[in-house]
Design a protein around this ligand. Structure first.
Ligand code: HEM
Length: 497
């Protein structure tokens, strides 16, 4: 046999073996898996392609809702993953102590040495980590940062005034992100990122978080490759991280802390104290890891909720009128205090409705069936099967939220039955993986909304034009610039300081 001939033979043999392997894998996954009887999209029956395609298309939430409408409470969305759409899954899956899916490992940033609360998939270790850092997130700690949050809000108004005077549009997708990042920096390590101050997306860091969103949604399925890609220390060394300004600021703030002991009792300080008391329980890296997790999780979620609220208020005149009447009648402080805003029931109803209607985390939250398997909604799942619950699917269930579940209607929260539904509002997750930043988020949402609705008239540049939004892990809206006009000058109409 000639050399060329034998190379072609080997190549053909290799291709044949690969094709046979793929075929056997396809048959095994499609027809001989323990979840083969569960209906769902064809691609999901043997691969993770359905999830990847929808992550790229940017509307996993819509696609998952549609599949549940078609197939019922169980949908096989991946060869080893079942999405559960029934509200009992809140208790049976999310509130259980099943490990989190490996998909979460992708959140280890800057690299896999930095396992944070989000990327720790082992339930026991996760709970231990959460306990170590809980004091930083406690409401009693977060509220101490209120004066600094007020400073960020005043800076935001100053910037909005400048844009208004120059008759320039306000891109709320940017400005609410600037606010979200600067506040989370302030509360975590007493330092803003400077987005509000400079009024721009420094180093395109925020714009790049969109690309990061797609990366996370897709590469979570291939988390083992993460260390060779974005989490490769070389990428950091060469300054190639797409969100470098955010990481740099975070790293510098944590580093500066070790050289300065005259500091506020911010989150990092609480964690450093905890480590001093229990050095055996907490590794030094956990502090930086937790700070990075905050930055990753605590800005675009708040921005998405604020955008959803303002965007929908512009489309519901009567709701906006009612909210403004409540806020105007309350004689709030110059920067409304958190305490004041908790006494405004319609404001709180509007925030809940924004969290329900445009839930910022729009991805199935995956948990893994434990050794011996688990029974959910009367069905047994073998060890290792991934069970996920997508908050959007629960939040659009008509038997819970009513026939108008697909509409924005804050009034649904104002009745007794509305208040009973609160246990189905899972925008912050539930169980051991629940969002630790929820107190801070509630505070930001309440104060910002009360202040801006009181102080500005807002109008879309192209009235009625739909925004665009994409969902990867978070639902990120953009493209709805607005003009803002002052309704009320500082200290006008308020005898409060
Ligand atoms: C409206 C705003 C927010 C929403 C809707 C939200 C929602 C969520 C959800 C759904 C999870 C995941 C639950 C799971 O995996 O089961 C989560 C986790 C997390 N959030 Fe938030 N979040 C918000 C704001 C914040 C803020 C302001 C911070 C930081 C101060 C923050 C920090 C975190 C962290 C560190 C995790 C990981 C927790 C864990 O896995 O134990 N979030 N959030």
């Amino acid at each position: 046999m000639s050399e060329g001939h034998s190379a072609a033979t080997y190549l053909g043999l290799a291709a044949g073996t690969a094709a046979a392997f793929v075929f056997v894998l396809f048959v095994r996954r499609r027809w001989f898996s323990s979840i083969s009887d569960i209906p769902g999209p064809f691609l999901g029956s043997f691969s993770v392609l359905w999830q990847i395609i929808h992550a790229f298309k940017g509307h996993t939430e819509e696609a998952t809702i549609a599949e549940h409408k078609k197939h019922g409470d169980f949908v096989r969305i991946g060869y080893n993953e079942v999405s559960i759409g029934h509200p009992d899954a809140i208790t049976e899956v999310l509130k259980s102590q099943m490990n989190k899916g490996d998909w979460y490992r992708i959140f280890s940033l800057p690299d896999s040495r930095y396992v944070n609360q989000m990327s720790e998939v082992d339930a026991k270790r996760h709970i231990a980590k959460t306990k170590n850092i809980a004091s930083g997130y406690a409401f009693s700690n977060v509220i101490k940062a209120e004066p600094y949050i007020d400073g960020a809000l005043q800076l935001l108004e100053k910037r909005l005034d400048s844009l208004s005077e120059a008759h320039l549009p306000v891109h709320f997708d940017e400005w609410f992100n600037f606010l979200g990042f600067d506040i989370v920096g302030e509360v975590t390590f007493s330092k803003q990122f400077g987005f509000l101050d400079q009024g721009r997306d420094i180093g395109n860091a925020i714009a790049n978080t969109r690309a990061l969103g797609i990366y996370v949604a897709v590469m979570g399925h291939f988390w083992w490759a993460h260390d060779y890609l974005l989490a490769n220390p070389l990428i950091g060394y060469l300054n190639l991280q797409p969100t470098m300004h955010i990481f740099d600021t975070c790293l510098a703030a944590v580093d500066a802390r070790s050289k300065n002991d005259k500091v506020r009792k911010d989150m990092i300080e609480q964690w450093i104290d905890m480590r001093k008391k229990h050095p055996d329980r907490m590794d030094e890296k956990e502090i930086l890891a937790a700070a990075v997790a905050n930055i990753g999780a605590g800005a675009d979620t708040v921005s998405a909720t604020l955008q959803a609220l303002f965007y929908n208020l512009l489309r519901n005149e009567e709701t906006l009128r009612k909210l403004r009447e409540e806020i105007d009648g309350a004689n709030l402080a110059e920067v409304p205090t958190h305490e004041e805003t908790q006494k405004l029931p319609f404001l709180q109803a509007c925030i809940k409705e924004a969290l329900r209607f445009h839930t910022p985390v729009a991805f199935g939250l995956p948990r893994v069936a434990p050794p011996g398997g688990v029974t959910v909604l009367g069905r047994h799942f073998e060890e290792g099967v991934i069970l996920s619950v997508n908050p959007w699917v629960i939040h659009r269930r008509r038997e819970i939220f009513g026939e108008d579940a697909d509409l924005f209607n804050p009034d649904r929260w104002m009745t007794d039955s509305g208040r009973n539904r609160e246990r189905y509002l899972i925008a912050f997750g539930v169980g051991y993986g629940q969002c630790p930043g929820r107190h801070l988020a509630q505070l930001e949402l309440s104060k910002t909304t009360a202040m801006l609705i009181r102080d500005y008239d807002i109008k879309q540049v192209e009235e009625g034009k739909s925004w665009r939004f994409e969902t990867h892990f978070t639902a990120v809206p953009y493209g709805w610039p607005c003009y803002v006009t002052r309704r009320r000058r500082s200290s006008e109409g308020s005898n409060r300081k």
